[in-house]
Ligand binder design. Structure first.
Ligand code: KG4
Ligand code: ZN
Length: 354
């Protein structure tokens, strides 16, 4: 089975062709067009994002088909991100995918963006398959999941306020770095002294136990305030910036690693899968691998192209759903927020699950 995937939930217009089986998918092509215009505004402007998607979606899709050496007639289904994200941006992808499916008579498959992030790593690492613990860290979400099998998900922890990528971007802005600031902050932190600023690790050392709501949850807004206070209190701000960046990144990484290891231990998982744009962070990757080694778990992380928003992950998730016989009708709609399909919300804090 060969699937054309389309992604337009935020500020990347992307199309990809992935072929099956879902248990061993092959990436045949991937085109990602990043909307640089938002840099001028220091963040994504929803209305501009929709207009840019409108201009880009047809050529991006045609390029993905051409790169895969195929045509629309030769794909078996058309998949599209329909939630969560900017609703105007999502609508461009959903309307276009519906039109393609209607015109060609191919099945239409709507995919949840965060489920897409879960499938991204398996495109590069055949062993990144369930059961595993997943840490999804993007600009809009921070989710700690237990994945006993594809299509079956339990949320163990999530952010109480800012997403990890959002905390990176906001702190980067305070440090005068361009948007999106995650990778710039990481580069700056490399020159920083880890001992200069030791910010509090949120909800980590309060004696939480399994079953406590904050055992797996994270919170990053306090860390952002700590960065603001350090910036305001610096005598020589330019000299201090790398040290503040280092202090911020160390606190955030420590928190994410500790919570993920807690989750893997609690659920008895030996595989940890990372996803989302913040999974590009080399410090997070290294720290996660070191900590996982101690519990004899293996870490799988996607390369940056598949960690950040892309249509290959949407096509890969759709491959799984297509094999299960799932397809959408013309009522498929775009939603700014929507629970992931297959979510078992009864086990939010799994004191009873272990
Ligand atoms: O998954 P993604 O491409 O988009 C969303 O679905 O939100 O993630 C984008 C986020 C941004 O916040 C960006 O700053 C962050 O990923 N990011 C990083 C790095 N590269 C991208 N954060 C930390 N370190 C990086 N190297
Ligand atoms: Zn994303």
């Amino acid at each position: 089975m060969r699937i054309l995937g389309i992604e337009s939930s935020c500020d990347e217009t992307s199309a990809a062709v992935v072929s099956g089986p879902a248990s061993g998918p092959t990436l045949e092509s991937l085109v990602i067009l990043s909307q640089d215009v938002h840099r001028l505004f220091g963040g994504v402007v929803p209305e501009i994002a929709s207009r840019e998607h409108l201009t880009a979606i047809v050529p991006v899709t045609q390029q993905a088909l051409a790169d895969a050496g195929t045509t629309l007639e030769r794909v078996d289904a058309i998949a599209v991100t329909h939630a969560p994200g900017l609703v105007g941006a999502l609508l461009v992808g959903v309307s276009y995918a519906k039109a393609l499916a209607y015109a060609t008579g191919k099945p239409l498959i709507g995919v949840h963006h965060m489920e897409g992030h879960l499938f991204a790593t398996a495109l590069e690492h055949p062993d990144a398959t369930p059961p595993f613990t997943a840490l999804l860290v993007s600009g809009g979400h921070t989710l700690l999941l237990d994945v006993p099998e594809w299509g079956s998900y339990r949320i163990l922890g999530r952010t109480r306020d800012d997403a990890a990528g959002e905390a990176f971007d906001k702190s980067a802005k305070l440090l005068g770095l361009p948007y999106p600031g995650g990778r710039h902050l990481e580069a700056l932190a490399k020159q920083g002294n880890p001992k200069k600023h030791r910010f509090t690790r949120p909800m980590l050392n309060g004696g939480q136990r399994l079953g406590d709501p904050d055992y797996f949850d994270v919170s990053f807004s306090g860390l952002k305030t700590a960065v603001l206070l350090a910036v305001q209190g610096a005598e020589d701000l330019e000299a201090e910036k790398p040290h503040i960046a280092r202090g911020f990144q160390d606190a955030l990484v420590d928190t994410l690693v500790a919570k993920t290891i807690r989750a893997a231990k609690a659920m008895g998982r030996k595989r940890i899968v990372l996803g989302g744009g913040v999974a590009c962070n080399g410090t997070l990757d290294e720290a996660m691998r070191a900590a996982a080694k101690e519990i004899r778990a293996e870490v799988f992380a996607p390369t940056p192209r598949l960690a950040t928003d892309n249509a290959a992950m949407i096509a890969a998730a759709a491959l799984f759903h297509a094999e299960q016989g799932r397809r959408n009708d013309w009522s498929l709609n775009a939603f700014s927020s929507l629970p992931m399909p297959g979510l078992d919300s009864s086990i939010l804090h799994p004191s009873s699950a272990v």
